[in-house]
Write a new protein. Structure first.
Ligand SMILES: Nc1nc2c(ncn2[C@@H]2O[C@H](COP(=O)(O)OP(=O)(O)OP(=O)(O)O)[C@@H](O)[C@H]2O)c(=O)[nH]1
Ligand SMILES: C[S@@+](CC[C@H](N)C(=O)[O-])C[C@H]1O[C@@H](n2cnc3c(N)ncnc32)[C@H](O)[C@@H]1O
Ligand code: SF4
Ligand SMILES: [Mg+2]
Lengths: 599, 392
């Protein structure tokens, strides 16, 4: 048990890639938490996908012991958070478990959209914030200018920002001192009834469900009988440990401490992050406020390429869901694609990550249908229905009006690209809310329909600004607009997996783009194939794939029989990778590419 | 005796293929098993061929041989004596039809009148000559060693020496327009005796052209539409000249088809002798695919040491025989015998697929046969894929 005055809890927050995980590495290293021979870059990013993409997806906690310059030993609990906007939920709930934040800013890039978003969240959570200017080893680093920028754009005093290179370790001791001297110690009452926050939970192959807790009041011990106040479930604490980052057993956790427990909990879904854990006997009276649940904003269908793989897919999704409560799923049937699942995600990157994991960890080839947002159908009888899937769009005669989700998007961009960004937002049916400058950078705030953002907004933004813009968004609510369902017909057969909701004014353009893309993606057949985009019965775009005219082997004699026959049979088997729509075979890759959001 | 009671191969007959794996130079488009070497010990090769004829002959005793084909490589580089000895041994081994077809592939470069006389005296009855193009620019681009005039001269000698002479052209070349090909093919048709092979240039992996093409070179090759137009033009001109296609790339006057090649397309039996030669032999009611080492000296060594030039034979199950028959027979204008296919495969050809293809104009069907139309032949790989049974 540690004195409250000797505990510091903090999150490391920053825009994507500004060096949070690398700073965490250095803190782990300098405090000797992990032996030098066991160190590797971004040590806390353990998932394959994290290591492959070089990004953090899941927040991670480590307990460090640090002998400060005042000679005292401190317990530091750090939470490394993801930078990408899709995982903002991880950041906000991590912040609720700690009292302070290290705000890392890349000294060569400066304040970006998620820097801002993180600061506002940290202030909301009542955090003390220590600004850290990272990457000062880079020739392009301009710490003085960026310091000024932090003051101008964020309004945060950056005069004593810590200057570091997380890569080389330069300045890292100063970070440790700043943590001890500038961040507040937690408060709490050791003698009060147990009140602990369920911060996170995950599935461990050996231990089952592991729950991360932050003790507010009271003392949690191994063997305690505890109740989850929201779910009402009772458990016996079987294991109590701290993360260094490997689990190290501990007898008890007192106020201000962060650790993990196991308690024979069957599924991650049985736990609610933000729940309050208390003792069965002598419970606390008022639970913690809890967290708003993470919102799935992007939906798409996932179908097995080989329809025989539906059962393995169901199995894989259920198993992954045990481990990860961030996505939702329900069964879906498609005329074109057969049985699959309609899944909800926190954003497009999240969608990609989950799909990748299903394909990779469970070895299933998937077709992903066009991402869609949740529409609100207001029926004439006054009922409101949520529409997750354009294929389920009902007869318009019963619909009074349709609402779509809108977001508040914050974009930071060097002013030379401002015009392009404004044009992009305007094209995407945006309404400007604010425009301000900080030095040579503009901050643009737009009210945008989410459906335009899930289409190809990121990629367009990246390309019109050569990668110099950063983007963050938050949902703001629903608004009525002129939305229609656009269908794609291949050889006169509607392909439901390709249908989408679009704004009427954007439909012609989207329809044309889709038809053109499909024209290149569907191989020629022995007959010509019309491809059409239609709204209701009205065709708004059309392309034709000419009939294949040449596909024959010029020479075939006695010596060629075996080889040529094998080749034909292999090609025929390859057609199993295609989906049959009427007479037309559409390769899986065509779906993937047609639905890709780039242009 | 009903047809179904005959061993299946008899529907196609029995032929012998002899492979000669050497050329004076390697052409950049060619993926045949052909090699350039400094010296060739012709007597050693002769001994090996004779020994292989003896070995296969013992297995196929009593069969009537209808054709022999010396292919390559460049068999016109073989000494006439060697050819004579081989044909003599063949005649001593198998009874032959009255008027056997004995073809030799010849390059225009390796021809002098004297050798041709020698081949003829050795028993060769038919020459297939690789002219490839009739203009010097294209011959150079194809990497050929002869000029158009040399080709023409060699062809004239062959025609003067042999009753049956065919020649090969490669078209759909770089920058070849419909107009160019119309003129060249019209000229070719005035030269043709009774048989022509007209191949569209295929870019094969593992050749010099293949590498250049993969690296983005070899510009000006026709796209699929132009290839199709070139093919259609070829059908028009040859048809009008009385030499319609009897196979995808082969044209003949009535009765002048290559009987040897018909054995392949009709899925008959054939013995393959020489490096890299393949065969199909039905023995004791089972059909075998035979194969030999591709490397010339490996084959030669194996024959001289073990007396057997083959690598392990593979059994060809009936279903695969049916698939082979399907793929080969639809190349022919005469098409496929439905009852024969049914007997081999155990199930009839998928009637729904046939009907679909007929509706698209890719095949025509009678009670007995299924034939690819001209449109169908142009996309025959797709047609065959549709007709092949579903993979299990
Ligand atoms: N030159 C230099 N590069 C650094 C420094 N710190 C981090 N980097 C590099 O910046 C990249 C991103 O670092 P990470 O630590 O993964 O960044 P992050 O903020 O954790 O990224 P997300 O978790 O994806 O938001 C990596 O290539 C690091 O090697 C630094 O001080 N100097
Ligand atoms: C085995 S080759 C040998 C003929 C002989 N050696 C010659 O070159 O004249 C038979 C014929 O196949 C054709 N051929 C070879 N490679 C080809 C290719 N890549 N594309 C089209 N035809 C080809 C040529 O017309 C050639 O004459
Ligand atoms: S085309 Fe004929 S001459 Fe040229 S390499 Fe091939 S076999 Fe030899
Ligand atoms: Mg990270």
């Amino acid at each position: 048990m540690t004195e409250l005055s000797h505990i510091r809890n903090f999150s490391i927050v920053a825009h994507i890639d500004h060096g949070k995980s690398t700073l965490a590495d250095r803190l782990i290293q300098v405090t000797g938490t992990v032996a030098a021979r066991d160190m590797k870059a971004q040590l806390l990013d353990t998932m394959d996908i994290e290591r492959e993409r070089g990004i953090t997806i899941k927040a991670n906690t480590v307990r460090l012991e640090y002998r400060a310059q005042d000679g005292e030993l401190y317990i530091l609990n750090l939470i490394d958070t993801p930078g990408h906007v899709d995982f903002g939920y991880e950041v906000s709930r991590s912040m609720r478990a700690v009292e302070g934040s290290l705000l890392v800013v890349d000294a060569s890039q400066g304040v970006e959209a998620q820097t801002l978003a993180n600061v506002y969240q940290a202030l909301d959570a009542g955090h003390e914030i220590v600004p850290v200017l990272n990457k000062i080893d880079l020739p392009a680093a301009e710490p003085d200018r960026i310091r000024q920028q932090i003051e101008d754009v964020i309004g945060l005093d950056a005069s004593d920002a810590v200057m570091i290179s997380a890569k080389s370790g330069l300045g890292v001791p100063d970070v440790l001192e700043a943590i001890v001297t500038r961040l507040p110690a937690p408060s709490g009452d050791r003698n009060a009834p147990l009140k602990a926050m369920l911060v996170d939970s995950w599935y461990d192959t050996y231990l089952g469900v592991v729950v991360m807790v932050r003790v507010i009041d009271g003392v949690l011990k191994k063997g305690d009988r505890v109740r989850m106040m929201q779910t009402g479930a009772l458990y016996g604490v079987e294991k109590l440990a701290v993360l260094k980052p490997a689990m190290v057993d501990i007898a008890e956790l007192g106020p201000g401490e962060i650790g993990v427990l196991t308690a024979s909990i069957k599924q991650v879904r049985d736990t609610r992050v933000g729940d309050t854990i208390t003792h069965e006997r002598k419970p606390c009276t008022t639970p913690l406020a809890g967290f708003k649940p993470a919102q799935q904003v992007v939906f798409c269908g996932l179908f097995p390429v080989d329809s025989a793989e539906f059962e393995p897919l169901r199995d894989a999704i259920e198993r992954l869901a045990l481990n990860d409560a961030s996505f939702s799923y329900e069964m879906e049937t498609s005329a074109a694609l057969g049985f699959g699942f309609r899944c909800g995600f926190l954003g497009l990157l999240h969608l990609e990550v989950i799909r990748d994991r299903l394909e990779r960890e469970y070895d299933i080839d998937l077709i992903t249908t066009a991402p869609s947002v949740v529409y609100h159908l207001h029926m004439k009888d006054g009922e409101m229905r949520e529409l997750h899937n354009p294929a389920d769009m009902t007869d318009l005669t019963y619909v009074d009006h349709i609402e779509e989700p809108r977001i508040k998007a914050t974009i930071l961009v060097p002013d030379e690209y401002l015009g392009d960004v404004l044009k992009l937002c305007q094209d995407r049916r945006g309404v400007q809310l604010d425009l301000s400058y900080a030095g040579s950078r503009a901050m643009v705030v737009y009210d945008l329909p989410l459906n335009e953002v899930v289409f190809d907004f990121y990629d367009r933004l990246k390309s019109v600004t050569k990668g110099y813009a950063s983007f963050d968004y938050a949902m703001i609510g629903y608004q009525e607009d002129f939305l229609v369902k656009m269908q794609i017909l291949v050889n006169d057969e509607p392909v439901d997996a390709l249908s989408m909701m679009v704004h009427r004014d954007r439909a012609d353009m989207r329809g044309r783009a889709m038809c053109e893309k499909l024209k290149d993606l569907i191989p020629r057949h022995m007959f010509k194939i019309p491809i059409q985009a239609a709204i209701g019965g009205r065709v708004i775009a059309r392309e034709t794939i000419a009939a294949m005219r040449k596909d024959v082997t010029a020479k075939c004699y006695g010596g060629d029989v075996t080889r040529k026959k094998k080749l034909l049979e292999k090609q025929k088997a390859g057609k199993k990778k295609m989906r049959q729509f009427g007479k037309v075979e559409i390769p899986q890759q065509a779906f993937i590419n047609a639905l890709k959001m780039d242009n | 005796m009903t047809k179904a009671a005959l061993p299946d191969w008899q529907n196609g007959g029995f032929g012998l293929y002899i492979h000669w794996p050497f050329c004076a130079a390697k052409c950049p488009y060619c993926d045949f098993n052909s090699h350039v070497v400094a010296t060739i010990d012709q007597p050693a090769w002769q001994a090996a061929y004779l020994s292989e004829i003896d070995r296969i002959g013992a297995e196929t005793q009593g069969r009537v041989l209808q054709s022999v084909f010396f292919g390559g490589g460049t068999p016109s580089l073989m000494q006439p004596d060697l050819i004579a000895a081989v044909i003599e041994r063949i005649r001593a081994t198998w009874p032959m039809v009255n008027d056997p077809e004995i073809t030799l592939e010849a390059n225009p470069t390796s021809v002098e009148a004297g050798r041709f006389r020698g081949f003829q005296q050795a028993g060769v009855t038919r020459i297939s000559m690789g002219l490839q193009a009739l203009n010097d620019t294209d011959l150079r681009k194809l990497g050929r060693m002869h000029s158009a005039a040399e080709g023409r001269a060699a062809f004239d000698i062959a025609r003067a020496t042999f009753e049956r002479v065919s020649f090969d052209l490669i078209y759909a070349r770089q920058d070849q327009s419909l107009k160019d090909w119309r003129a060249e093919l019209s000229h070719a048709l005035t030269m043709a005796v009774d048989h022509l092979s007209l191949y569209q240039l295929t870019i094969e992996d593992g050749t010099a052209f293949g590498a250049r093409h993969a690296a983005g070179g070899l510009k000006g090759l026709p796209d699929d539409d132009l290839s199709a137009d070139l093919y259609a033009l070829t059908q028009d001109l040859t048809g009008a000249a009385g030499m319609p296609a009897y196979e995808i790339s082969n044209h003949a006057r009535a009765g002048a088809q290559s009987r040897h090649n018909l054995v392949y397309w009709r899925a008959g039996d054939y013995a393959g002798i020489g490096p890299g030669a393949h065969g199909r032999l039905t023995l004791d009611g089972q059909r075998w695919a035979t194969e030999t080492p591709r490397a010339p000296f490996e084959w030669l060594k194996q024959v001289s040491i073990s007396g057997d030039g083959e690598i392990a034979r593979q059994l060809v199950p009936q279903a695969e025989q049916a698939a082979e028959y399907l793929m080969m027979s639809l190349r022919l204008s005469e098409g496929l015998d439905l009852a024969r296919y049914h007997a081999l495969s155990g199930v009839a050809l998928d009637p729904r697929a046939c009907a679909r293809l007929a509706e698209m104009g890719m095949v025509t069907q009678s009670a007995e046969r299924l034939m690819a139309t001209q449109n169908g032949r142009m996309v025959l790989n797709s047609v065959v894929r549709d007709l092949l049974p579903d993979p299990t």
